[in-house]
Design a binder for this molecule. Structure first.
Ligand SMILES: Nc1ncnc2c1ncn2[C@@H]1O[C@H](COP(=O)(O)OP(=O)(O)OP(=O)(O)O)[C@@H](O)[C@H]1O
Ligand SMILES: [Mg+2]
Length: 275
């Protein structure tokens, strides 16, 4: 069930900017250190992470609080700069981009879904969904928009403002907004963290369908083994390192990792750091 991580790392570093196959997004020897060298509070948030994400694959990233999950997503999406190492999306080196290129990348290649929805309160659901297209001055593909709206089940909520929608509905608007421009990869940071179980399943089902039916690449951070079991692959981070890489794990297998072993070890490691 679990794959040796060093083997995965070796595979993907063989050709670091390889974009032949299906690898859409790739991190190569990524290091992120927060704080100054002289600073006692210096934190190593990512510790030489090498990983690739394939087209159409839904990956869940798990791990204890502070293990570097959000940092990894932010560095991969061009929202934060790594201290060293490289990030590639569609073969383009994100870690070497200037601000203008990063803006372009985020408009055209990347979708981001946050835990806190991040919708514009003064705009309707539909206006929120098409906002990225408008900002990027891209035409609206009506047929695709209708399909996305239908799949997230928002047909009769399109004219509502975020304050008139439930949390689950707001997150479904955010999902529709992330996928409507057909990005190369969607990063979702605890997309179901604020949702009840019914809304969670709807959002997770949507993300899984996007990957399976539309070849959408999805990287999702979650603390919930149930949510992670929707993914094709589960990575576990601990202290800024990938400690597990599991293909198609069942809920029970994911649950086991966290009930005996990794999670406890990682928590111990975190404790040592702080001493
Ligand atoms: N802007 C920052 N400045 C300083 N330290 C930071 C900053 N952002 C994150 N860190 C530190 O980096 C480490 C990794 O943080 P990160 O947010 O990636 O963790 P996480 O795995 O997403 O945790 P959680 O599950 O709580 O969201 C933590 O020790 C955190 O305190
Ligand atoms: Mg986080």
């Amino acid at each position: 069930m679990s794959k040796d991580v060093t083997e995965t790392a070796a595979d993907s570093s063989a050709d670091e900017n390889n974009h032949d196959g299906d690898v859409v997004a790739r991190a190569v020897d990524l290091v992120k250190i927060y704080g100054d060298v002289s600073d006692e509070t210096q934190v190593s948030a990512l510790d030489h992470v090498t990983v690739g994400f394939k087209r159409g694959e839904m990956t869940a990233i798990m791990g204890p609080s502070g293990s570097g999950k959000s940092t990894l997503m932010h560095c991969m999406a061009g929202l934060d700069k790594p201290t060293s190492g490289k990030v590639f999306v569609e073969g383009l080196e994100v870690s070497a981009m200037n601000q203008r290129q990063l803006t372009d990348l985020r408009r055209n290649q990347i979708g981001f879904i946050f835990q806190s929805f991040n919708l514009v309160p003064t705009l309707s659901a539909e206006e929120n969904i098409v906002l990225p297209l408008q900002i990027a001055k891209k035409p609206i593909d009506r047929e695709w928009l209708d399909e996305v709206v239908r799949v997230v089940g928002l047909q009769d909520r399109l004219s509502h403002r975020p304050s008139q929608l439930s949390g689950g509905q707001q997150q479904r608007v955010a999902c529709a907004r992330a996928i409507v421009s057909r990005p190369s990869v969607i990063f979702a940071d605890e997309p179901t963290g604020n949702l009840d179980s019914k809304s969670s399943s709807q959002v997770l089902q949507f993300l899984q369908d996007s990957a399976r039916k539309h070849g959408q690449t999805i990287v999702m951070v979650t603390h919930d083994p149930r949510a992670a079991s929707y993914a094709d692959r589960v990575l576990v981070l601990a202290d800024g390192k990938i400690t597990r890489d599991m293909a198609h794990p069942t809920y029970e297998q994911i649950f086991d990792v966290f009930s005996n072993g990794d999670a406890a070890e990682a928590e111990d490691g975190e404790g040592e750091d702080e001493q």
